[in-house]
Design a binder for this molecule. Sequence first.
Ligand code: SAM
Length: 366
Amino acid sequence: MIKYISLFSGIGAFEKALDNIGVKYELVNYCEVDKYASKAYSLIHNVPESMNLGDITKVDETKLPTEIDLMTYGFPCQDISSAGLQKGLRNEDGSKTRSGLFFDAIRIMKHCKPRIAIAENVKNLTSKRMSGVFDTVLSELEDAGYNNYWQVLNAADYGMPQGRERVFIISIRKDIDDRSFHFPPVIPLTKCMGDYLDDNVPSSFLLSEKQLSKIEVSNFQQEKRRIQDRGGICMTLLARDYKDPKCVQIADLHYYNMDMPNRIYSPEGISPTLKTVSGGGGEVKVLKNKLYRKLTPKEYFRLMGFSDSDYQILVDNGISKSQLYKMAGNSIVVTVLENLFKQIYKPVTQSIASLKQQSLDILNNI
Ligand SMILES: C[S@@+](CC[C@H](N)C(=O)[O-])C[C@H]1O[C@@H](n2cnc3c(N)ncnc32)[C@H](O)[C@@H]1O
């Protein structure tokens, strides 16, 4: 059983991954300032909200235990992301930015001295523009007594049809690091986005006329990028998508006979300019809003590697649709973490297995 402290916990993707691969852990505390995310964490992981340390800036680290095996901290990315102002860890006046809450994680790390600490952030942290920030991150970790291994991993390389590149920093305490850690090898993708989608979703997820006209008239190329091909991989799901969730094409261009709604004509079978159909009668209309729909929050959860029951318990407890989109977009794809943890905890399980085998061999030879 590993002793684990979770910072910037969100809905707990690290915890989900540990559960999924059967690594048992004792949660010391979780730490999440957002009341909806805290409630969601407590529901998904079945722990009381009293275990939440709350705002990390107010955490008195001296009250935390020192014998910790694992600390995870997917610190805020707003000031690192290419979509923001890229202020880095500090404002011009020297105060901490939201991403600068990294320093609070370091403060806790220096006290708790976890054997292993794992950070996750946007790929932009490794960009040329952010090189000073990344150097600071790595040198702070080094000064805290850790060897650091980092790599950008794409969720699509670890079993999930979502293009989501994130940097992972694995810090191993210098006194226990045997330099055997390697990032997980890429796994060929066997699933596509369509495997995670529902066939029937409420009509409220169909695009409105306004959204459709944006796709079809103005800025087509830009809007087209929002449309996902269900046979491929989906783009990075983001917290800000709650305002405008990613869309999927749900049907090819078909023409519906309004008098006989069950008759569907494919573009190959009928000229798009034809207004009436012999035999069918009536006017043929293109029901364009039946072509695309928004992804549902449930599908966001699935594409982040969470289960339908994780999603359902949040819905049953009154978490709103926009909060659900936000939480999913803020989280980490669980299958990536499963593969990462297998690299970290594999040596332990392997050595137990080899010890068992050695004992059996000895017994067999008696
Ligand atoms: C990138 S998300 C991490 C998501 C998480 N890794 C997961 O699996 O869902 C960053 C989280 O840090 C939380 N956060 C931001 N400021 C915080 C603070 N002052 N104290 C504690 N948590 C904070 C945010 O609410 C958000 O949930």
